[in-house]
Design a protein around this ligand. Structure first.
Ligand SMILES: *[C@@H]1O[C@H](CO)[C@@H](O)[C@H](O)[C@H]1NC(C)=O
Ligand SMILES: *[C@@H]1O[C@H](CO)[C@@H](O)[C@H](O)[C@H]1NC(C)=O
Ligand SMILES: *[C@@H]1O[C@H](CO)[C@@H](O)[C@H](O)[C@H]1NC(C)=O
Ligand SMILES: *[C@@H]1O[C@H](CO)[C@@H](O)[C@H](O)[C@H]1NC(C)=O
Ligand SMILES: *[C@@H]1O[C@H](CO)[C@@H](O)[C@H](O)[C@H]1NC(C)=O
Ligand SMILES: *[C@@H]1O[C@H](CO)[C@@H](O)[C@H](O)[C@H]1NC(C)=O
Ligand SMILES: *[C@@H]1O[C@H](CO)[C@@H](O)[C@H](O)[C@H]1NC(C)=O
Ligand SMILES: *[C@@H]1O[C@H](CO)[C@@H](O)[C@H](O)[C@H]1NC(C)=O
Ligand SMILES: *[C@@H]1O[C@H](CO)[C@@H](O)[C@H](O)[C@H]1NC(C)=O
Length: 447
């Protein structure tokens, strides 16, 4: 056997030498290439257009971006009805979602099949007495019912929280301004019974505030941290869940503010803000501020990233917990001074999320991807990428009682909506919800 193998090798070497040309690179992948499940979207392929006219070029395997890496994403839900933002999943696998309200008939929902949603806790709770304030038509109303739910979160005790911005938008109009009692944080048990109903004074949530996303630390009775993504009033709202008291921090700090130089690109297309004609002149992407928010697994840091910036920031929760008051006159300046800029992360982000291993997952719409910040290395690592990820909006980690840890996320084509495309709706239904397996579980802070 040995001599004949040897002969074969020699023949191969000669044949190879005869065919030697600039195209004789080693086969792909070369030795040392990471496994195909690793975080590289690289491959090689021939280009069909060359097949007819040039035999040599038709054999040239060109390096390409496959658009994919990491664990495979699984489609869990197709939205044929309303446009979704939030997702929250309970440990028994129930999935909650929300729809910023235009003239939709409900704003908080539970998935009741892979292609349909039903109002949660019921239709009545989703039906305010009115949207338009009769005495002041550009304002909303005060109501315990849900007006415009921007975020739904399942907490560490398997309870469902709805964050209501209180700013309805009806038939393509502007976002109405809030009145106190409109914006609220409502907590429901899984059976749909409300157990908490927290509203905000006008000095904490302003008429032009835009409450966007929320995270909970349930220790000692509990605190909630909320982003105010209003371009006029970006900041963080902190809520004591026991007393219902709330206060603001980081008002106007760069950590929560728009980067006016920001020009992202989506699906490879540079994205500039167009002047938006009425009736869609609600606001535009470059004016949205603090958006995604995540609490570190140990509850010690709040991570935040403006939707219109590639910077990631964090602030110790110890300074946010201090309510500014005559007894704590330096609370604001001390909180501002404690903010840490973690630098750029390769994309803007809409949603952020934590797992029990300490990763901070970062939606990365500029790469059709989700990355993750590793606090132990200080670096952003690639996690998943797929051309089907068309604006990862909200991210939500769950540890299912039936087994498995997953990151769920909505993919809602946000930048293709009429608000961002000069009044034309370039989105296509269905919008999507995906999930992907992760190593870590849900990070919870409970007593
Ligand atoms: C050399 O080229 C010929 C003709 O294109 C092909 O049949 C043969 O397989 C090639 N040999 C090697 C080692 O690539
Ligand atoms: C890739 O797959 C190999 C073998 O199944 C496994 O050991 C490795 O952890 C995987 N790597 C990633 C990044 O998933
Ligand atoms: C889901 O809920 C909607 C709205 O309540 C209802 O019309 C629909 O029949 C339900 N679908 C299923 C499969 O239960
Ligand atoms: C309408 O808005 C005004 C403030 O402009 C507020 O005082 C009033 O309570 C609102 N009415 C309702 C029904 O919420
Ligand atoms: C929205 O449009 C519908 C249909 O044209 C109309 O019936 C409804 O009154 C409008 N709502 C508001 C608040 O303008
Ligand atoms: C809902 O609002 C849109 C504009 O945003 C309008 O085209 C549509 O007719 C409205 N539908 C209803 C049922 O009012
Ligand atoms: C929420 O608060 C309003 C008053 O602001 C009250 O009318 C309503 O009953 C409360 N609902 C719950 C579930 O506590
Ligand atoms: C909420 O406020 C009460 C009263 O001041 C205080 O005892 C409690 O510790 C606060 N909760 C948290 C989580 O800080
Ligand atoms: C936006 O649309 C308006 C008409 O609705 C048009 O006049 C204008 O040129 C468009 N702007 C851009 C940047 O496409």
């Amino acid at each position: 056997m040995y001599p004949s193998l040897c002969t074969l090798s020699l023949w191969l070497a000669l044949a190879f030498a005869q065919n030697s040309s600039i195209f004789d690179f080693p086969e792909y992948p070369p030795p040392g290439t990471p496994a195909s499940n690793a975080t590289l979207a690289s491959s090689v392929t021939t280009l069909p257009a060359n097949e007819v006219n040039n035999a040599d070029l038709s054999r040239a395997k060109i390096h390409v971006d496959t658009g994919r890496f990491g664990p495979t994403i699984e489609l869990v839900h197709a939205y044929f009805n309303f446009w979704p933002t939030g997702v929250g999943v309970s440990s028994d696998g129930r999935i909650f979602t929300c729809f910023p309200r235009g003239n939709e008939t409900f704003t908080l929902a539970e998935l009741n099949s892979s292609t349909s949603e039903t109002p949660f806790p019921n239709e009545d709770f989703n039906t305010p007495e009115a949207f338009v304030n009769e005495t002041n038509p550009t304002f909303g109303i005060a109501t315990p019912k849900l007006i415009f739910v921007q975020s739904v979160v399942v907490d560490g005790l398997d309870r469902v929280w709805a964050l209501d911005t209180g700013r309805p938008r009806v038939n393509g109009t502007i976002l109405f301004a809030t009145v106190p009692g409109g914006p609220k944080l409502v907590g429901f048990d899984l059976n749909g019974t409300p157990f908490a109903n927290i509203t905000f004074p006008g000095s904490v949530v302003f008429a032009d505030s835009s409450l966007n996303d929320v995270r909970f630390d349930l220790r000692g009775g509990g605190l909630a941290y909320i982003t105010d993504s209003s371009p006029q009033h970006p900041g963080i709202v902190v809520v004591n869940l026991t007393t219902g008291a709330s206060w603001r921090h980081l008002d106007g700090h760069p950590a929560v503010s728009v980067d006016p130089t920001f020009v992202p690109s989506y699906n490879g297309v540079p994205f500039f803000v167009h002047p938006i004609p009425a009736p869609n002149a609600i606001t535009h992407l470059n004016t949205f501020a603090a958006d995604g928010i995540a609490l570190s697994a140990d509850g010690e840091f709040l991570y935040v990233s403006p939707i219109t910036s590639r910077q990631l920031w964090r602030v110790p929760t110890s300074v946010l917990k201090v309510q500014p008051s005559p007894a704590n006159p330096n609370a604001i300046i001390l909180a501002n001074q404690a903010v840490q800029n973690l630098g750029q992360k390769g994309s803007n982000s809409d949603g952020l999320e934590t797992d029990s291993n300490g990763f901070i997952y970062l939606g990365s719409p500029e790469q059709n991807a989700i990355s993750r910040f590793n606090p132990s290395t200080g670096m952003v690592e690639p996690f998943i990428r797929d051309p089907a990820i068309q604006w990862p909006d909200t991210l939500s980690v769950v540890s299912l009682r039936s087994g498995g840890n997953f990151l769920y996320f909505t993919s809602n084509q946000l930048w293709l909506g009429p608000d961002y495309q000069n009044g034309t709706d370039l989105r296509t239904k269905p919008y999507a919800m995906f999930r992907v397996p992760i190593e870590g579980g849900k990070a919870i802070q409970t007593d």
